[in-house]
Design a protein around this ligand. Sequence first.
Ligand SMILES: NC(=[NH2+])NCCC[C@H](N)C(=O)O
Length: 303
Amino acid sequence: MDFAAGCIGGAAGVLVGHPFDTVKVRLQVQSVEKPLYRGTLHCFQSIIRQETMLGLYKGIGSPMMGLTFINAIVFGVQGNAMRMLGADTPRHQFLAGAAAGLIQCIICCPMELAKTRMQTQGTGQKNTTRRLYKNSLDCLIRIYRKEGIRGINRGMVTTVIRETPGFGIYFLTYDTLTRSLRCEPDDGYIIPKLLLAGGMSGIASWLSTYPVDVIKSRLQADGVGGANRYDGIMDCVRQSWRREGWRAFTRGLTSTLLRAFPVNATTFATVTLFLMYMREDEVKDCEPMRPDLQPVTERLSVQ
Ligand SMILES: NC(=[NH2+])NCCC[C@H](N)C(=O)O
């Protein structure tokens, strides 16, 4: 059921957040010498004016397919890892989340490679005729044909460095906030509390590893519409630091945080409420399990 809940939560989150993610990627990878966008709002306005609203949804196919499945893996692995670890402690919450974050990189990296390349090709152009990639799947097929398995896993190291601690903090923050907000199934304010806890968990998670995300986007977008600029992670870090200083590592952060709250508020609230109602019958039919042995999503549904 954790997997099913993650699926539904993931799809809801993508629909809410993709435009913010497109703005984030454009700001992260735009030219420093001749920047197209002055900031978050200007980027939103420019994309809508030059590429219509559809420009904000470029590359949504990949996360819609990928994030839905990724969230199924994330919540499934986290729930099962918590049951394996036994006691529901903050350390176990972090470890179970980190394990889920690490495992989902297998899907996340190729998915974000296709998404990033789709989001950055044809920047500023309305017509789609001269595009290298027709869609996310075509993008991955072309990369695989040209560069093999190594090519579709470009950015894997930075994805692992971003996601493993990022998801540990994601679930630890959610568990901590749902406890301190006393989220109980019979609480009349359960939904706003879950939305607040989920949204803040998303923000905490993205803030914790954001500089790594900038490097990952630059490496995955490298070569779109021009020659490759980077010879690996450290070269990308050195060039970014030399040209832009510390600001390089905060490019697109505003849009990321604007996206992180609604997307993760939607995802966590959907998952928790789904598990709560789907397990209601278990609570009626059997002795409630020890609350200290269940992950937060199960604990909320058992009492
Ligand atoms: N890279 C992270 N910070 N991951 C944690 C949040 C993941 C969530 N699915 C999102 O897209 O916002």
